[in-house]
Design a binder for this molecule. Structure first.
Ligand SMILES: [Zn+2]
Length: 276
């Protein structure tokens, strides 16, 4: 049981050991160490005093030893599996070694971080399996975490509005506004046919089709929204959809007022005053 990051760390140790050996007989010169281990390179970049892992602390000692014996030591990140000749070669050697060597777990050290990550992974899988399928959030985003790459530049309102839409609990569309007013009826206010959910408004409601097309909005967009401009597009959809329903409501209220006025003028007891 060993994590990929631990295996890559061992490879860095072995590589630097060899370089130290070589630099004894041939000191000086510039050394370039290329690795596709992003996690280890980022951790090493924090510096020798900020290493929590003993193996990385030890690696830093070796790097300092190597830098004393050479003019310059440069670390470079390379993408794996992209056809870089030497990277492909080490990948092949690693795969071959895995097939040949039949090492028992007793012979291999197990790191605490490796155990932690395995337990976390296991608990996460267990949690995902117990997640009910029909939830609005899962219907929109699946089991993936929310990706908000530019969220630091979003203001508080944008972040909370998008999060509310993802959960299906938005204060202006979906079942939430009716529920807080204690209304039992949850028929869509736009089409008057299906139950009103955020999903329905964004994807299915035929009365909002034109608006949806014009602003290019659907749950697919909501699931993947990463930039502020995309978030604005969705929030604009909500705003305009609410404006449409407010307009419809105002027109209805004006019609009722006219009926009221006419019934007052006529003074007929037979005409019942309509209420909004
Ligand atoms: Zn509808």
């Amino acid at each position: 049981m060993s994590s990929l990051s631990d295996a890559e760390l061992v490879a860095l140790h072995l590589g630097i050991d060899q370089l130290i050996d070589k630099s004894k007989s041939n000191p000086g010169g510039r050394i370039l160490i290329a690795s596709d281990s992003f996690s280890n390179l980022s951790a090493l970049a924090r510096g020798p005093l900020k290493q929590a892992n003993d193996s990385r602390k030890d690696l830093w000692r070796k790097i300092m030893d190597l830098s004393r014996k050479s003019d310059e030591v440069i670390f470079m990140f390379v993408y794996g599996h992209t056809g870089i000749a030497k990277n492909e070669m080490v990948d092949m050697v690693a795969a071959d070694t895995l097939r040949i060597v039949k090492t028992r777990q007793d012979d291999l050290p197990v790191s605490i971080s490796g155990i932690k990550s395995l337990v976390q992974q296991h608990r996460r899988t267990e949690w995902l399996l117990t997640m009910p399928d029909g939830r609005h959030r899962q219907r929109i985003c699946g089991t993936k975490k929310t990706l908000l790459a530019e969220r630091d530049s979003w203001d508080r309102r944008e972040q909370s509005e998008i999060a509310r839409l993802r959960c299906g609990e938005h204060p202006e569309i979906g079942p939430y506004p009716r529920r807080i007013r204690g209304e039992k009826d949850n028929t869509c206010r736009w089409c008057g046919q299906d139950p009103e959910t955020v999903y329905h408004c964004l994807n299915d409601c035929h009365r909002l089709r034109d608006l949806r097309r014009r602003l290019d909005v659907n749950t697919e967009r909501l699931a993947k929204v990463r930039s502020r401009s995309e978030a604005h597009k969705i929030l604009r959809f909500v705003e305009e959809a609410v404006q449409l329903i407010t307009k419809k409501f105002d027109e209805k209220r004006n019609r009722v007022r006219k009926i009221d006025a006419v019934s007052d003028e006529v003074g007929s007891p037979g005409i019942k005053r309509a209420r909004v």
